[in-house]
Design a protein around this ligand. Structure first.
Ligand code: ADP
Ligand code: MG
Length: 338
């Protein structure tokens, strides 16, 4: 009798080990060790719905999202990483891939040329400049051009427009779309506008964009935040609030960046600088938001008014494009070459 129990215990001890030694093929979140159906559900609800999302997560995030211990979280991350083909790409493959990167045309050949073809998907592009420098006009133009076919510099995609200043004008979209030969009503339908009332609301709206893509199947190719900093500046104006502001802003920029990369879309943010920046900032090309915005925007463009009503775009510290300027016009028909 006692021997039988002993044997049983031995078997029970051996069983789990044997189970873990046996290679289980991991195809989805549920297949990961330590992840039961309930945990998988919780993780998915928090956006950890793919092996990749788990492979790049931090243990703390998974503890919070899945209600699991840190040790389990580490195991889950490791197992997810083991399934990844973290292969390196050779330079020529990268070059080939970069050639195929989606770019949305601005409507001006010279502005497009400055940007190597247009506003680039997969990253954040920031335009900063003083009031009237055409930041919002460019947002409207991109919202229309995103809907053009690829041959004409578009992506046949939808635009999400987060408006913090009440500057979105459907009439202007109508005007621009007519000049592009697009149906104005259809064009307006493909622009989803949300007015953000404060910085938290703005952050929440951006976090909801993923829902629209995943659950409502919207082919979002452009996300506009016009303007990025106005609420952050107003909501965190007190002394000693700068650190808080930068922390939130950093999170906001990361959400935008993740959207850009995960869904291969263009993120366009605008940023206002004061009329006499030299007096306030020392550097006329330093936008509000400081290094957090600067470091998170892959492409930064300084906009100003030029001669005879023209606008001038100047590329600032681009990692892969030569410095330069483009001159263009804002006409009734939209953004045009001079
Ligand atoms: P910002 O967002 O940088 O403050 P805007 O994009 O609002 O600047 O630029 C406003 C400018 O755009 C106006 O001063 C005007 O020159 C031009 N603009 C706006 N609407 C039209 C239009 N329908 N036709 C021609 N130009 C326009
Ligand atoms: Mg504006």
């Amino acid at each position: 009798m006692s021997r039988k129990i002993e044997i049983l215990e031995q078997v029970q001890e051996v069983m789990p080990e044997e189970k873990s030694v046996k290679k289980v093929k991991i195809d989805s979140v549920e297949d990961l060790p330590g992840v039961g159906p309930a945990t998988a559900e919780k993780l998915k609800e928090s956006g950890f719905d793919s092996l990749l999302s788990l492979a790049v997560a931090s243990p703390g995030e998974l503890v919070e999202a899945g209600g699991i211990t840190e040790a389990t979280a580490r195991k889950v991350i490791k197992a997810a990483r083991d399934t990844m083909n973290m292969g390196f790409e050779s330079g020529d493959e990268l070059l080939e891939r970069r050639k195929n990167i989606l770019k949305i045309s601005t409507g001006s050949k010279s502005f497009d040329a400055l940007l190597g073809g247009g506003f680039e998907a997969g990253g954040i592009t920031e335009c900063f400049g003083e009031f009237g420098s055409s930041k919002t006009q460019i947002a409207h133009q991109l919202a229309v051009n995103t809907q053009l076919p690829k041959e004409r510099g578009g992506a046949e995609g939808v635009c999400i427009y987060i408006d913090t200043e009440g500057a979105f004008r459907p009439e202007r979209i109508k005007q621009m779309s007519e000049h592009q030969g697009l149906d104005p009503i259809q064009t307006l339908k493909n622009i989803k506008v949300a007015r953000a009332f404060n910085s938290d609301h703005q952050m929440l709206l951006v976090e909801k964009v993923e829902d629209l893509i995943k659950n409502e199947g919207l082919n979002v190719k452009l996300v506009v935040v016009d303007s990025l900093m106005s609420h952050f500046r107003a909501d965190f104006s007190g002394r000693g609030q700068l650190a808080d502001r930068q922390q939130k802003l950093n999170k906001h920029m990361h959400t935008l960046q993740k959207l850009a990369t995960a869904y291969n879309l263009v993120v366009y943010v605008t940023n206002q600088v004061m009329a006499k920046p030299d007096t306030f900032f020392g550097d006329p090309t330093a936008a509000i938001g400081g290094h957090i915005v600067g470091h998170n925007s892959q492409t930064r463009i300084y906009l100003r008014k030029g001669k005879k009503g023209t606008r001038v775009a100047k590329l600032i510290d681009s990692p892969h494009l030569p410095d330069g300027e483009a001159i263009f016009n804002i006409e009734e028909t939209g953004v045009k070459d001079v």
